[in-house]
Design a protein around this ligand. Structure first.
Ligand code: PAF
Length: 265
C-alpha cells in the first residue's frame, strides 16, 4: 500500500480509470471498513483519503479533539486491501490564498446545516477537491451522514462531476449505537445514555410503519433520557429516500443518526 501526502504525488500515483474512493477523516472503524469493502469489491484500484478537514468544523467545535491515529488507520487500510492512501496536510489542501468555496443551497439548510452553519460548505469543498485530485469512478459515503450523502449527490449532479456516488448502510455496535469516530470521545456514562438515540429512531420507525407520528415516538424516548440534549428530531426526503433523523448531545459530544422510513440506498 502506498501513502502519498501531496496533490502532485497523488496525481502521479493514481491511475486515470477504475478508481474507487473512500473519503474519510481517519479514526477508522467498522463503518469505514464497510465502505472500504464495498469499494474494494467493485473497483480495480482502491484509494482512501485521510484528512481531518478543518473547514467543516465551526469555531468551538471539536476539530482539536477529533480522534487521530494515523498509524492504526494505515494498518486498517492495508488489511482492507487499500492500494493508496492520500493523507494531505492542511496547507496542501488549503494553501495560502485559498478562496474558492462550494455552496450547495437547499440540501445544506436545516438539520446539521442549522446547527453547524459552515459545516457543509467545508464538506462540499473538500469533497470536490478530493474528486478532482483522485478522479474516482465511484466514491463511497455512509448512510449515517444522510444529509452529507445527499449534499454530495446534489453537488455531483449540479456540477457534472464524473463520479458515481454509492451509499452504504450504517454499521452499529451490538447496543445499537451507530459507529462514529466521535464515539471514542464518550465517557462510559455518556455512552450508556447515548444508546437512547438508536432506540428512539427504531421506535420512530415502528411508529411510522403503524401509521403513527415517527417524530413524536422518537422524541418520547429521548425525552425520557434527561441527560441527553436533543438538537433535533426530524424527517427529511433526500433523493427519493425518507429518513427519520436526530442529533443529540451526550456531554460535550454531538452524535447524529438516522433510519430510513421510505426508499432504499
Ligand atoms: O464524513 C467524513 O468523514 C467527512 O465529512 C468527509 C466526507 C471525508 C469530508 O471531509
Amino acid at each position: 500500500m502506498k501513502v502519498v501526502r501531496t496533490v502532485d504525488d497523488a496525481r502521479a500515483a493514481i491511475p486515470s480509470a477504475g478508481v474507487g474512493l473512500v473519503p474519510t477523516m481517519g479514526a477508522l472503524h467498522a463503518g469505514h471498513v464497510a465502505l472500504l469493502r464495498a469499494a474494494r469489491a467493485e473497483n480495480e484500484t482502491l484509494v482512501a483519503s485521510i484528512f481531518v478537514n478543518p473547514t467543516q468544523f465551526g469555531p468551538g467545535e471539536d476539530y482539536g479533539e477529533y480522534p487521530r491515529d494515523e498509524e492504526r488507520d494505515l494498518h486498517v487500510a492495508e488489511a482492507e486491501g487499500v492500494d493508496l492512501v492520500f493523507a494531505p496536510s492542511v496547507d496542501g489542501m488549503y494553501p495560502d490564498g485559498f478562496q474558492t468555496w462550494v455552496e450547495v443551497e437547499q440540501v445544506a439548510r436545516g438539520l446539521e446545516g442549522a446547527a453547524r452553519p459552515e459545516h457543509f460548505r467545508g464538506v462540499a469543498t473538500a469533497c470536490l477537491k478530493l474528486f478532482n485530485i483522485v478522479r474516482p469512478a465511484r466514491a463511497y459515503f455512509g448512510q449515517k451522514d444522510a444529509q452529507q450523502a445527499a449534499l454530495v449527490e446534489q453537488l455531483v449532479r449540479d456540477l457534472n462531476v464524473p463520479v458515481e456516488i454509492r451509499l452504504v448502510s450504517t454499521v452499529r455496535d451490538e447496543d445499537g449505537l451507530a459507529l462514529s469516530s466521535r464515539n471514542a470521545l464518550l465517557s462510559s456514562e455518556e455512552r450508556a445514555t447515548a444508546i437512547a438515540l438508536p432506540r428512539a429512531l427504531s421506535r420512530g420507525k415502528l411508529a411510522f410503519a403503524s401509521g403513527e407520528d415517527p417524530i413524536a415516538a422518537a422524541r418520547a424516548v429521548l425525552d425520557a433520557e434527561p441527560s441527553l440534549g436533543v438538537d433535533y428530531v426530524e424527517t427529511a426526503r433526500f433523493n427519493g429516500r425518507v429518513h427519520l433523523l436526530a442529533a443529540v448531545r451526550a456531554g460535550r459530544t454531538r452524535l447524529i443518526d438516522n433510519v430510513l422510513l421510505e426508499g432504499s440506498l
